[in-house]
Design a protein around this ligand. Structure first.
Ligand code: GLU
Length: 448
């Protein structure tokens, strides 16, 4: 069984970088599923920071995943698991793996600067570890409260990263991480490991900003006797303004959705950005997953430009199935369109919303003005419409006859027809539009 998780902290609206992390996990699992394996996608809400976590940010996570078509098999909240974390914390304290420290933030900063000045790595000096019971009692009598650090073993922490290849760190060059704050709350590191073990996570895919966390967490997995998952750390996306973050309000999915970007446009671009593959164009996440392979991801930080989504969107819109199109029209309370209209208009849309303009433009009873010098030509054209079936062959027969009769060709021939039939300089192929309009409507538009 392959179990992945997406673990957002609901402390801001999801941005495109978070969405990409969710998608990469989903694609990884979906690819395995396509290969016949059992998979599970866990959505874990990292909401232990009660002050910064907001229900509207959490709701946006659900909306975003649903919009993208990503379904989760299990939902967990870290805020509901505090008792479980406490139990582990007590166990690790009893085993001597967590030790109490009493330095204030200022004292730690001072120590750090002193070490740097002496050209030593700025790691914590383990003063807490050397305190006797008496020292601790004295510090607490002064009104200090302890925070707890996880004692790293001075050994190598190595793993084969699905993106970065072989990675190796040494415990001696890292600070023992703080795992319980002075106020008793837990930073992200330890709860995440407890959850990954309890939920049987087999693969962790997250941004490269977590690489050193992984080194430290590997020791936590060992300390808790859990199975160490396989890790993959793709480079982070950069945006125009540099690093993407929730707080700087980088593009979020709601803006994209409101601008008419299709979820599959986002999925196709985000699942391949950072690889040397051409952007795949697929209709479903299932099909897209077949292209997915974490080892194709490079080490350079890919630049994300929203314009690339706008460029790709028309290709995705054009491929939407009639069923999807009609579902979306129904959501807006609009009647369904038929295949002919959709096929005629689809190649010309930059976003699906533009379809409604064409539905209106193709509806019966419309008249568009034709310049005076083309009126007679338009009437001749009406008279020359071929008899018989009114289909995709009609246009060629019709314009051949018109050319012969009037001597017009090229733009002189086609432009007045387009203006009379659509009222616009540009648009779908007239060959495809004629059968959509039908004979009667075509004649009436040409006669003005
Ligand atoms: N809540 C963490 C974050 O958003 C999760 C990191 C992880 O995937 O382990 O950065």
């Amino acid at each position: 069984m392959i179990v992945v998780r997406f673990a957002p902290s609901p402390t801001g609206y999801m941005h495109i970088g978070n969405l990409r992390t969710a998608l990469l996990n989903y694609m990884f699992a979906q690819k395995k599923k396509n290969e016949g394996e059992d998979v599970s996608f866990v959505l874990r809400i990292d909401d232990t920071d009660r002050e910064r976590s907001k229900p509207e940010y959490e709701a946006a996570v659900y909306d975003c995943l649903k919009w993208m078509g990503m379904k989760w098999d299990r939902l967990e909240h870290q805020s509901a698991r505090l008792a479980r974390y406490d139990e582990i914390v007590e166990r690790l304290k009893a085993e001597g793996r967590l030790y109490a420290c009493y330095e204030t933030a200022e004292e730690l900063e001072y120590k750090r600067r002193r070490r740097l000045a002496r050209k030593l790595p700025p790691v914590y000096d383990r003063e807490g570890l050397r305190l006797t019971a008496e020292d601790r009692a004295k510090l607490e009598a002064e009104g200090r409260r302890p925070h707890y650090r996880f004692k790293l073993d001075y050994e190598e922490m190595a793993w084969d990263d699905m993106v970065r290849g072989h990675c190796s760190y040494h415990g001696e060059y890292l600070s023992d991480p703080i795992v319980v704050r002075e106020d008793g709350t837990l930073p992200y590191l330890l709860p995440s490991v407890i959850d990954d073990i309890d939920f049987g996570i087999t693969h962790v895919i997250r941004g490269e900003d977590h690489v050193t966390n992984t080194a430290v967490q590997i020791q936590m997995f060992k300390a808790l006797g859990g199975k160490i998952p396989v890790f993959g750390h793709p480079p982070l996306l950069t945006g125009k303004e540099g690093k993407l973050s929730k707080r700087t309000g980088s593009v979020n999915f709601m803006e994209l959705r409101d601008e008419g970007i299709e979820p599959m446009t986002v999925a196709c671009l985000l699942s391949s950005i950072g690889t040397s593959d051409a952007t795949p164009v697929e209709k479903t996440l299932e099909a897209l997953a077949d292209h997915f392979d974490l080892s194709k991801f490079g080490r350079a930080q890919p630049r994300f430009d929203t314009q690339d989504l706008f460029k790709l969107n028309p290709r995705i819109v054009r491929d939407l199935s009639l069923e999807t199109v009609n579902d979306r029209l129904a959501q807006k309370g609009m009647p369904a369109v038929d295949a002919r209209l959709w096929e005629a208009v689809a190649p010309n849309l930059t976003k699906l919303d533009d379809l409604t303009g064409w539905i209106d433009r193709c509806s019966a009873g419309k008249v568009f003005s034709v310049p005076d010098e083309d009126r007679a030509f338009a009437r001749t054209a009406a008279a020359l419409l071929p008899d018989g079936a009114f289909d995709e062959n009609t246009f060629a027969l019709w314009t051949a006859a018109l050319k012969e009769k009037t001597g017009r060709k090229g733009r002189d021939l086609f432009h007045p027809l387009r203006m009379a039939l659509t009222g616009l300089e540009q648009g779908p192929e007239l060959k495809a539009l004629l059968p959509v309009l039908g004979r009667e409507e075509t004649v009436s538009r040409l006669q003005g």
